[in-house]
Design a protein around this ligand. Sequence first.
Ligand code: PEP
Ligand code: MG
Length: 582
Amino acid sequence: MSASTSGRVLKGIPASPGIAIGRAFVLSSDSPSVEPEVLNVQDIPSEVARFRTALDATTIELMNAIELARKESSTVISIIESYLLIASDPMMTTSIIDRIQAGFSAESAVLNEFDVHKTILYGAKDPLLRERVQDFEHVMERIIAALRNRTLSHELAGDSVVVSGSITPQDMLFFRQLHTLGYVTEIGGINSHSCILARDFGIPAVIGIRNATEIISSGSIVIVDGFAGIVIVDPESETLNEYISKHREAAEYRERLGALVGQPTRTTDGVELVLKANVDSPDQVDAAIMAGCQGIGLVRTEMLLVRWGRYPTIDEQVAWYRDIAERAYPLPVTFRAFDVGSDKFREGIPHHEENPALGLRGIRFLLYRPDIFQNQILAILRTSANRNVRFMLPMISTLEELEHAKDMIEECKLQLARDGVDFDRSMPLGVMVETPAAALMAPIFASRVDFLSIGTNDLAQYTLATDRTNELVADIFDAMHPAVVRLISMTVKAAHAAGVVVSVCGEMAGHAAATEMLVGIGIHELSVSPPLLLELKHRIRSVSHGDCLDLVKRIEECNTTTEVYAVLGSLKSWREGGDTSV
Ligand code: PEP
Ligand code: MG
């Protein structure tokens, strides 16, 4: 790190609230570019030995990484195993040694050899082969890092702040095992699934810091301020102390919130809401219940696929779903059918999609692969024998999709009844309202299901035609846009008219600025990440329903997102969550 970066403040996008202070672990920070260096003949044997040592170190670090991933995700394991295959390819090793023997330094020999393979893959017609370029790039970077005596395992030995170009949901699961303190990325949108996971795990994150992996060096002290969206690199001691106190205050605040666990979620003038939790795994259910949630409003079952890297059998699914349903019992649990596609799990999608968010995603994929859908329905129905299970369909945009899915559920019920298997015949069925079409069709859908749940992340993405994972359009992506708010209001009115429960399970539910608006609009239930439950309850208990109704009338007059925020009297950041007035 150069002196000029000492105490440097980098501005990004706040993606997960909280403060993390720790040493940076920069992924891909080692620029693989090396000057071609010509060796003296007498130096060649030691250079070959240096390369062999680096290759061994890389192999060991990859094997260690597989061990670490074993508890969490088989997808991550298979990714690392493919790295290991590349690193241990004997032909490649021989070729690199030949290059060193021709007089090139180990770094340039590695770089040139990998370049040959990358060029071949780049030229491949098959997009899957082209994607493998990244694997080669990763292994090359790790060998070059090892040649510079910096191995992944050394750097990951302690708790650290991960700095990376981007982070996939798989990476998130892996780094969680390593007790990662915080995340800083160059690209990504706040409602990408990786950021949602960061919030679910309560790990502060700042995204959209251009060239972060070049500006920040591994080992330097960084502060991640997930409220303000800033990262401070090598802070002065005064700043560091200030943040250490903020960190302590945040912990004390969380402790004070603990007093609300058994209290009702009721506005000051007596209107009750139901507070539920979004979970991605059974262990999060315990945290949600300890925080006093009244049910699980969203289980993203596709996270099971991300973890396992494949479609589990019916029995395997039943075991996972039952674990969740039993931990939550007698509270209700809403399992959402696999929302495969887009930036999530893509196994089974037949070919590369130019616009994956508009492609074979959610219910569309499930109807395209009825075998996978049917297995999941059977597994959910078997779990419903607990009598606390609800089922929800993602990405519905047409009535045909809903009716088709309902027919399949009925067929599965008949099959189980024929086989004498116990299940809940009146298991509630709901649809996600996360496309503009679903919001516009809400009166029809509401008359044919038991509940609606508004997915504000995708509703904003599709209404505003703005990729939720793209930081370049992060300013446009905002669920508080009047168009999105109108669609939410329409959906709620439709649910009220049909007499069905309507919830919000998208990220807006936990956004501090949105609470009064959602209460005023008439949402019955809010479902949020477990770390946000008590804070949300605190906010609901501090507002009056009457005031919220007035606020909504003023919001209805707004024509821009800025005007909505002005009425809400807030800045659009996660900072509002930092209220300490319990
Ligand atoms: C949403 O779109 O708001 C939602 C809850 O679903 P996901 O974030 O999993 O796409
Ligand atoms: Mg969605």
